[in-house]
Design a protein around this ligand. Structure first.
Ligand SMILES: *Cc1c(COP(=O)(O)O)cnc(C)c1O
Length: 239
């Protein structure tokens, strides 16, 4: 068995086990293989092992990967990184899902471009629940207690729900880097609670999906309700 196939089966097994521990079905969880920095041969190997969802985080590299993977049918492309406004074109044109809406301006820009292309794009809104200054996303470190933060979040998410051709499907967050498991779990749990709270405030945000969990913490994320896990190095090796 190839290295890729073996690693993918191990990750899928760990996803099933984590789902089972949480009383969930593994079918609710989409595994996104994060292929950033890796050559197309690695995507082909993962594709041969059954992967159809791929994640990239740089606009130029993403456009290049889309261009050179035309022979791989039915790939779903997830753009998972911060997106600069002037680089939004390839994402509007080719992404099947965007996970890192971290400001209203990028949402507005994508909405206009998608409208011109007659496309609709599902998106996740990135929330900075941990409060780390190095993390992107809307300020949500104190969403449970700070009425001004709550109002700002409802306002921003409400505005983005109203944008044409953009389909807000849920929230995304990253756990603190190398934090203890308990702290990671708390961040994921608070993102899920935030999504439930926002759903009550904004019923148009239907059954919100949760994009959370990477190679180091996807099992905790699944136990806490992740619907999309973004796994790179556990599948493709270190970068
Ligand atoms: C790189 C990246 C991942 C995957 O990271 P691994 O630790 O290699 O699994 C997930 N999400 C985002 C936003 C990333 O940039």
């Amino acid at each position: 068995m190839t290295t890729h196939k073996l690693r993918i089966e191990q990750v899928q097994q760990r996803i099933r086990a984590a789902a089972e521990r949480a009383g969930r079905s593994a079918d609710e969880i989409t595994l996104i293989a994060v292929s950033k920095t890796k050559p197309i041969a690695d995507l082909e190997a993962a594709y041969a092992a059954g992967i159809r969802h791929f994640g990239e985080n740089r606009a130029a590299e993403f456009a290049e990967k889309v261009r050179t993977s035309g022979h791989l049918q039915d790939i779903e492309w997830h753009f998972i990184g911060h997106l600069q406004t002037r680089q939004s074109q390839p994402v509007a044109q080719s992404a099947d899902c965007f996970h890192a809406v971290d400001r209203e301006k990028i949402a507005q820009r994508l909405s206009r471009q998608l409208h011109d292309m007659h496309r609709t794009l599902p998106v996740f809104i990135e929330m900075n629940v941990s409060g780390e200054p190095s993390k992107g996303g809307f300020r949500a470190a104190d969403w449970e207690h700070d009425p001004r933060q709550q109002a700002a979040l409802v306002q921003a998410v409400g505005n983005m729900l109203a944008l044409p051709n953009l389909q807000v499907t849920g929230l995304m967050a990253m756990a603190p880097w190398r934090a203890p498991d308990a702290e990671v779990r708390r961040v994921f749990r608070r993102l899920k609670q935030l999504s439930g709270w926002l759903h009550l405030a904004l019923p148009a945000l239907h059954a919100p999906a949760l994009s959370m969990g990477m190679s180091g913490d996807f099992e905790i994320a699944i136990e806490e309700g992740a619907t999309h896990v973004r796994v790179g190095s556990a599948i493709f090796g270190e970068r």
